[in-house]
Design a protein around this ligand. Structure first.
Ligand SMILES: Nc1ncnc2c1ncn2[C@@H]1O[C@H](COP(=O)(O)OP(=O)(O)O)[C@@H](O)[C@H]1O
Ligand SMILES: N[C@@H](CC(=O)OP(=O)(O)O)C(=O)O
Length: 448
């Protein structure tokens, strides 16, 4: 039995949904179908989830939300008409939105429930469409499927007790269409995963039902060695290990959510990234182990929006508890960190900029100055992280120098290097504005 997840681009309109139905019917093993909310139909288009977020924000701020409501409803109206399925589904979608807004829930819960309307509606639409084609299919709400999550709206995590119930879905008749992106807390409240979280639902279902394969259908033929927005026709990756894909998706390969690999990895379910627009193409397999390859680097990922908190103090290495006190300050202020390279007298902590408002920055710098008495403490914004990833990395001589040469060939200054903490990746920090130069140069050095 397989799980097939169809992303926003695959359910963006009725033409895409025709393809989805054909893919489902072409393989009787495709029993568990997970869907996202309708995504962009072209570059200028909007994602339904973004409109729902605008709707939720407008509602909470007491502003007029009708503009966003109409956009969402007209998108589903177009899809329902294009598929020629019963019109009452549109009424159901409208009722759902009104019920959420008029409920007694807190604004936080209502907001998450509104965010999930896109996925929930997509699943209802697809199961009705499959029925109209004579295929036995039913919509399954995540509560009914057993997806129980932690009480962290917008960042929910799966609870381990979910998997036993999910396994029982195997006994149900026909195709099960499950909305991605959300689950329910023990108290019965809806909570969404982080953005892009339908990939996580697909992986949870695949692990729960012990699927033979988790197929993730998107709009590209494969995972490429570099984000295709930086390089034309980049190298296609045929096979990746879970470790490689997790590092790459964490560092910016948005094609697959980095948290989505964990449930599949725990149950050793192979994952295949495939193209809804070219379903016979083999795609990219993600597996536990692969044969050693000639090329030790499989991909170069990058992401912007980081800052570096730099602290220096003589004899930092000998001051017992210095690191703990520094991290305690961050913990107290509710800040998580990404990397923390350190030296004898220095430590840099890489943090996502979105976490540090100007007032938070002031508080943290003052507390470090007052409580740790460093020589220097400063914060540099506008950083990008580049991650070079490959299983063979630790065994290959001269890789760091090849990468550093490629970056300097592009006339880009390296702000930071972090190698050694992960066996499969090497990290370089550069200024965000230099990414357009550094990435093509690195790509040329390793794949050109
Ligand atoms: N290394 C990469 N390989 C393939 N696609 C990538 C990579 N990095 C970023 N992407 C982007 O990921 C997109 C697919 O992910 P996403 O937009 O989330 O799809 P979906 O709508 O199917 O969920 C691609 O269109 C591509 O622009
Ligand atoms: N619709 C949600 C969840 C998701 O996974 O979407 P997509 O498959 O389009 O990345 C979002 O936009 O975050």
């Amino acid at each position: 039995m397989k799980v097939a997840k169809f992303g926003g681009s695959s359910v963006a309109d009725s033409t895409q949904l025709h393809k989805v139905a054909e893919i489902i019917q072409n393989d009787p093993e495709r029993k568990f179908i997970v869907v996202s909310a309708p995504g962009k139909r072209d570059k200028e288009d909007f994602k339904v989830t973004d409109m729902l977020i605008q709707l939720g924000n407008a509602y909470i701020n007491g502003e007029d939300f009708n503009k966003y409501y109409s956009i969402v409803i007209s998108r589903f109206k177009e899809i329902i008409e294009g598929l020629n399925i019963p019109y009452f589904i549109l009424d159901e979608i409208e009722h759902n939105i009104h019920n959420i807004l008029e409920s007694d829930d807190t604004n936080k819960t209502k907001f998450d429930a509104i965010k999930a309307v896109g996925e929930d509606s997509s699943a209802k639409v697809l199961s009705a469409y499959l029925n109209s084609l004579g295929v036995k299919a039913s919509y399954i709400n995540p509560k009914d499927a057993g997806i129980m999550v932690s009480n962290e709206a917008g960042y929910a995590e799966i609870l381990p007790e979910s998997f036993q119930k999910i396994y029982t879905l195997r006994e149900r008749d026909g195709i099960l269409v499950i909305p991605g992106f959300f689950g329910y807390t023990k108290e019965g409240q809806l909570a969404t995963f982080s953005r892009g979280g339908s990939d996580i639902t697909g992986s949870i279902i695949a692990a729960g039902v012990k699927a033979s394969l988790y197929e993730n259908f998107t709009d590209v033929d494969s995972v490429y060695s570099v984000n295709p927005s930086y390089v034309e026709n980049p190298n296609e990756i045929r096979t990746l290990t879970y470790r490689e894909m997790r590092e790459l998706s964490y560092a910016g390969f948005s094609v697959f959510h980095n948290e989505a690999l964990i449930p599949a990895f725990k149950e050793q379910i192979p994952v295949c990234i495939k193209n809804t627009n070219n379903p016979l193409y083999p795609g990219t397999m993600i597996v536990a182990e692969k044969k050693p390859e000639e090329k030790c680097v499989v991909g170069i990922a990058s992401d912007t929006g980081f800052c570096s908190l730099y602290v220096s103090k003589y004899f930092m290495n000998r001051e017992i508890g210095f690191g703990r006190k520094l991290f305690n300050i961050l913990e107290d202020e509710g800040i998580s960190f990404e990397h923390a390279p350190s030296g004898i007298d220095d430590m840099s902590i890489i943090i996502r900029e979105s976490q540090l408002t100007e007032s938070k920055e002031k508080i943290i710098l003052k507390r470090i100055t007052d409580e740790l008495h460093p020589q220097t403490v400063s914060l540099d914004r506008g950083l990008a992280m580049i991650m070079i990833v490959g299983e063979g990395l630790v065994r290959t001589v001269g890789l760091a120098s090849r990468a550093a040469t490629a970056i300097s060939d592009a006339n880009v200054n390296i702000e930071m290097i972090n190698q050694g903490s992960s066996e499969v990746s090497m990290m370089f920090g550069v200024l965000s504005k230099d990414l357009d130069l550094a990435i093509p140069s690195l790509y040329k050095a390793f794949f050109g």
